[in-house]
Ligand binder design. Sequence first.
Ligand code: CA
Ligand code: CA
Length: 451
Amino acid sequence: MAPAVTAAPSVQPEPYPDPPACGIWGCTTEAPVLPVAYPDPQPFPDVPAGGWTIENPPPATEPLYWADFDRDGAVNWADNCVLVPNADQSPAVRPEGAPVPVNPSSHRLATEWKDANPGAMYRTSDELGAACSNYNDNWRRTVMAFRVSSNDRKRQIFEFLGRGGPLFGEDTLTLAVPTCSRLDIIGNILEWGFRLPEGLITEPLKRILTPLLTDPFSCSTGVLARLGEELGQMVWAGKHLYTPTNEGGAITNRFFAPVTEVGVFDPLIKMMPWLFPGGTGQTVQGRVRTDARSPWDGRQATAIDWRQVSDTGIGLPGSRWTITDGRATDLLDAFVRLGQVAGPGLEGQILRALPLALGEVWRSIPILAQLDVNYLIYDSCRALQEGFTACTAEIALRRINDGETRWYQEGWMPFVTIDPNMLNQTAWEATHFNEIMPEFYNLPPNNGVDN
Ligand SMILES: [Ca+2]
Ligand SMILES: [Ca+2]
């Protein structure tokens, strides 16, 4: 079923500003740089022509290749569904005359990339097993297995992949679900922001709170956390990507999918072309780039970079909305910024008349101003199988008061491009209830603060 989305205009990344804007998180000509020491990347092992085989297996220098994530007896490098138990290893079967499962541009990039990287753990549709195939709905199992994995396991999967993989193709809509990483990270961010030793409050809390209280909040497995993530998806359903080559491209967010894609709010969206120029809830253009590195292993990743967003989704033609070195209190002034770009119409006048400069109020109170930080938020991604890319959500902070910096990996954004329709995903989950549970994937319950 095609996504229930009207076509958005083609989006191209604007040229880099000249001279490049440089700041706390690096220059806009390079991927964001986190305030940590990046490890030197270990070189990838030499790959025999045609890829790894039983006769020519990968070396033990890649221990995650030799782990067995789904405990089905097939080690990861040789498993055609690395997250879905399938001891039989039955291959995916492409039905006669079936179209490619992702859009043709995306499929071309995937094929080109895998041909150029035959030793990579990324699998195209024809390299998968039937148990996680793109030719039936079983690919949803790979996505769900990733989602209900513990944060540590998700990180291992990301490191197992080791490289960004192919990009998304022209005009490609993704479905994602904003997913938290660990419950206590939120507490740690607050502790750091308030100059408290990290763990001062969260560690005793973890000892006091019983599993009865914390399990429902376990990221992606606790029922309340899951509810929160599903509600988050209704606000922020993923991205719209424009990457016709494997070199990089542009991206917009996909906001309010249920209301903007079902059509209830279409008239309202048409009335505010300054906010929704594509006639959908897809606003704000950022950049997709392939020169990011992961601070976990120093190896390459694809970055979703929002430091230099442009007018494509928001504002007046030619305007840029620079968030390099942005301050947390700037976010509180979002309504003021919207008022500045809303044009001469009634809604612009209303927005400008609203006294909602909350950030300025915050900065005017000395004890609060001390807590202001510069922030960086971006996604760092590695593709796992055709149509599925796992993205981390990174946040970096710099206290304006004393210049101290800190990095947190605060969440995950699993990107799906095979079927970005939210309703189809929901229907599958409702009819495959056992497949949304960790046990189906030979995983422990992954409950608790430390999941
Ligand atoms: Ca396995
Ligand atoms: Ca498997």
